[in-house]
Design a protein around this ligand. Structure first.
Ligand code: ADP
Ligand code: MG
Length: 264
């Protein structure tokens, strides 16, 4: 039977050893769970598993927070914040995506629809899910991606940059179609899509239907080849309805873009 002095010595030793392992949760959990384990008659194995489990889940959670911070999201938007009344039709598909299976299969997600229908919100939410599932994520607008790729290309390090980006399980390209690309930029963007094809996931958002992408990329052939690779393994969701931003303001459509940008 362990004496009280022995127990105190053991607790001190656990605290020292947990520090040496850089596993602070082990020290806390070992003491916290010991009484519970004694009262409930846990086996040694059950107790050790419970203690280690605390350390692992704390590490996963802080890893996810680091990945979320590093992703460059323009804001924190979660699936819990999403009002499904506005997009009921997409709910089952998004719920399936939230399991994270698309990332391990290197599948893509394309979110189409008029402005304000929640494309960026859902892209960020799925990005957060990816970070929580242990994937590295990077978010940027299509224009920012093109700037980044153009810089890499000019400095002769495009292949390195594409290889580096392949280590990210998810890349989010927001707002394809807000600005048309120059021919060179369209080719660089095509290389990004090709380099990830069947390797790692992309999420793209656009206010244009695919039929409008030729205009964005300045070339129907480049656009067609790119769309082919994107949608080969993809979930394509078309969000509908009026802008969530304009809710309750007595404005239910944006006349200049409504007809032209209805995604099909
Ligand atoms: P889009 O990218 O389609 O233009 P956003 O995702 O940026 O639209 O949405 C515009 C704003 O409205 C954001 O603040 C977003 O969080 C919010 N929003 C859009 N749809 C919803 C929704 N269904 N539930 C909750 N917030 C929403
Ligand atoms: Mg948006």
């Amino acid at each position: 039977m362990a004496t009280k002095t022995n127990t105190i010595e053991s607790v001190k030793q656990i605290s020292y050893l947990a520090g040496a392992l850089k596993a602070p949760q082990i020290s806390d959990a070992a003491t916290r769970l010991a009484d519970q384990a004694r009262d409930a008659g846990w086996s040694f194995e059950d107790y050790l598993a419970a203690v280690l489990e605390r350390e692992v889940s704390a590490r996963n959670a802080s890893g996810a927070q680091l990945r979320i911070r590093a992703a460059g999201f323009p804001g924190r938007k979660t699936l819990e914040d999403f009002d499904w009344d506005a997009q009921a039709g997409s709910r089952p598909q998004i719920a399936a995506l939230a399991s994270g299976g698309f990332l391990t299969e290197a599948r893509n997600v394309v979110l189409l629809g008029p402005p304000g229908t929640g494309k960026t919100h859902l892209a960020i939410s799925l990005g957060i899910v990816a970070a929580q599932h242990g994937h590295r994520v990077l978010f940027a607008t299509a224009t920012d991606w093109v700037t980044r790729l153009t810089d890499a290309h000019r400095q002769g390090r495009l292949p390195n940059e594409l290889a580096r980006l392949r280590r990210y399980g998810l890349i989010i390209v927001d707002e394809v179609g807000y600005l048309p690309f120059e021919q060179d930029a369209a080719n660089l963007f095509f290389q990004l899509v090709s380099s990830r094809y069947e390797h790692a996931s992309l999420i793209l958002t656009s206010n244009l239907p695919f039929s409008g992408w030729g205009g964005v990329f300045g070339d129907q052939a480049v656009a067609a080849a790119m769309i082919d690779r994107i949608v080969h393994h993809a979930d394509v969701l078309t969000l509908k309805g009026a802008s969530y931003r304009l809710r309750g303001r007595g404005i239910d459509s944006l006349p200049s873009i409504r007809t032209q940008n209805q995604a099909d």
